[in-house]
Ligand binder design. Structure first.
Ligand SMILES: C[S@@+](CC[C@H](N)C(=O)[O-])C[C@H]1O[C@@H](n2cnc3c(N)ncnc32)[C@H](O)[C@@H]1O
Length: 249
């Protein structure tokens, strides 16, 4: 896992240095630094509204939420939106280049901080330290073994009564021949992405996600299929709760 994990982390660091906004939201028309920053950041509010509604629909948590971890924060698009809905938000990312941009984006938000994390774990965060651990369009870019380790870490750092909500890719559609080939010949995929400076989409098994969370006594509140991985892959957003007394109770 280590080599693939490092390769993927390096790729994101390069993408963060060359075209960070496009790497986060890959609209072909915005490639080459064509995103307008304000327009780009405004898209975060809609994504966080969706997460917030999901949490409020299925759990006892209500806005403003307590302390949030935004895993894979990129340039801070969603951390900025979360900072308007919560007491505090901590953005964490594997790419120092992304973190540098996120610091600028979040400079006017005193309740937002960012952390670099280059390990396939979240050991820098204490157990039960967040009310909400959220992740969007990130785990789909993490090799599955590491993705499962992070998901276990989400469970560990969630407070009793809190939730973790994350989007991830759980399958490929039959027509995604490039993806199927990449799964069989990972070295070829690595070479291709290194040359093309693109990013990979990995599949993590839904049954392994469910089994890992069940083992950690997390309760599945909801799982929704969505379109965040485009037309070639099956993307799902999971919401798990950690049993216990909620914040302020
Ligand atoms: C498509 S971007 C999404 C950023 C942000 N979630 C958003 O929606 O604006 C994916 C982000 O995941 C980060 N990432 C990739 N692997 C990661 C890892 N192992 N740990 C933390 N972040 C990671 C990348 O550096 C990149 O910033």
């Amino acid at each position: 896992m280590n080599r693939e994990f490092k390769e993927s982390s390096n790729q994101w660091t390069s993408l963060g240095a060359t075209d960070p906004l496009w790497a986060v939201l890959s609209d072909p028309e915005k490639k080459g630094g064509k995103w307008n920053l304000e327009e780009f950041l405004a898209t975060g509010d809609a994504d966080i509204e969706r997460f917030s509604r999901l949490i409020e629909r299925h759990s006892a948590l209500r806005r403003p939420f307590g302390d949030i971890l935004d895993f894979g924060c990129g340039v801070g698009r969603l951390s900025l939106a979360w900072s308007k809905q919560a007491r505090s938000v901590t953005g964490v990312d594997v790419a120092s280049t992304m973190i540098d941009r996120a610091r600028e984006v979040l400079s006017g938000r005193p309740n937002a901080t960012v952390r670099l994390n280059t390990e396939p774990n979240l050991a820098q965060f204490p157990t039960e330290s967040f009310d909400v651990v959220a992740s969007h369009i990130t785990l789909q870019h993490v090799p599955p073994e590491a993705a499962l380790m992070y998901i276990r870490e989400f469970a560990r750092i969630t407070r009793p009564g809190g939730v973790t909500a994350f989007q991830i890719v759980t399958g490929r559609k039959p027509g995604d021949w490039k993806g199927h080939l990449a799964d069989r010949l990972p070295w070829l995929a690595t070479l291709h992405h290194r040359i093309a400076l693109g990013f990979r989409v990995y599949v993590t098994s839904e049954s392994l996600i469910r089994a890992a969370m069940q083992e950690l006594e997390m309760v599945l509140l909801s799982v929704e299929t969505d379109e965040f991985a485009g037309e070639v892959a099956t993307s799902r957003t999971f919401l798990f709760a950690k049993p216990g007394t909620g914040p302020g109770k």
